[in-house]
Design a binder for this molecule. Structure first.
Ligand SMILES: CC(C)(COP(=O)(O)OP(=O)(O)OC[C@H]1O[C@@H](n2cnc3c(N)ncnc32)[C@H](O)[C@@H]1OP(=O)(O)O)[C@@H](O)C(=O)NCCC(=O)NCCS
Length: 201
């Protein structure tokens, strides 16, 4: 474990073996990170957030509670995983809203998925396994496994494999990764991964 002197890691946060927290990053109370994670400069992990193994949060990535990030997730620089669809600072009487006055709705990022630089994911949405969110996208709907989504609002523009490379169509419903040769099948908008494992389960 390596924590930079200027990082702010709450004493109730749990970090797994080999996890590194760089300068000015903040990990709030009760957050749990697995093994081998890297938090870049200025990254933020909200209270109680759950993060798996080998996850990378790039510089100034902001992960608001109660987000859940599974193993091998990548969150690009300055990306924001939000937690409130209709945010307000105060109630109608002007009183500051506090924890308990509103319901936080966390983003879920499933195994191996990546969120590009400066992308925003709206509260409560799920990014499917090995999906790739393009730089600058705004995700307003759940993203299927292996989907490559881009734009505002984010729309699917292709499929990516586990290696993060755009898949090439080999025939009706048949896709392959040009880097690994792994094959995928598509049926009714759902892509199923190699080795007969349905990644969409
Ligand atoms: C989305 C992405 C994977 C596409 O890569 P690619 O297939 O090499 O893309 P291309 O440059 O061939 O572009 C394909 C099309 O998608 C569009 N496009 C590419 N990136 C886009 C983005 N971020 N948002 C919207 N559209 C995008 C291109 O304009 C092009 O459109 P066109 O066919 O109408 O001209 C890539 O551009 C991207 O955003 N990667 C994430 C980078 C990132 O944030 N890294 C974080 C670590 S620093």
């Amino acid at each position: 474990m390596k924590i930079a002197a200027s990082a702010d890691v709450d004493e109730t946060a749990e970090l797994g073996e080999g996890t590194a927290v760089w300068h000015l990053a903040q990990v709030r109370e009760g957050a749990r990170l697995g093994r081998g994670c890297i938090l870049g400069r200025g990254a933020y992990v909200g209270p109680g957030v759950r993060i798996g193994d080998n996850v990378k949060l790039q510089n100034y990535a902001l992960v608001y509670e109660p987000a859940v990030l599974e193993d091998e997730v990548f969150v690009g620089p300055a990306a924001v995983l939000t937690n409130d669809v209709f945010p307000r600072s105060t109630d109608v009487d002007g009183a500051l809203k506090r924890d308990g006055d509103w319901q936080a709705d966390g983003v879920v990022v499933r195994r191996g998925a990546s969120v590009g630089a400066r992308a925003v994911v709206v509260a409560g949405r799920t990014i499917g396994r090995y999906a790739l969110v393009a730089a600058g996208a705004v995700v307003t709907r759940d993203v299927p496994d292996f989907a490559l989504v881009a734009g505002v609002p984010a729309r699917r523009i292709g499929w990516v494999g586990r290696a993060g490379v755009t898949l090439v169509e080999k025939g009706p419903g048949r896709w392959a990764c040009p880097r690994t040769g792994e094959e995928y099948t598509e049926a009714e908008g759902v892509l199923t991964g190699p080795l007969g494992i349905a990644e969409s389960g």
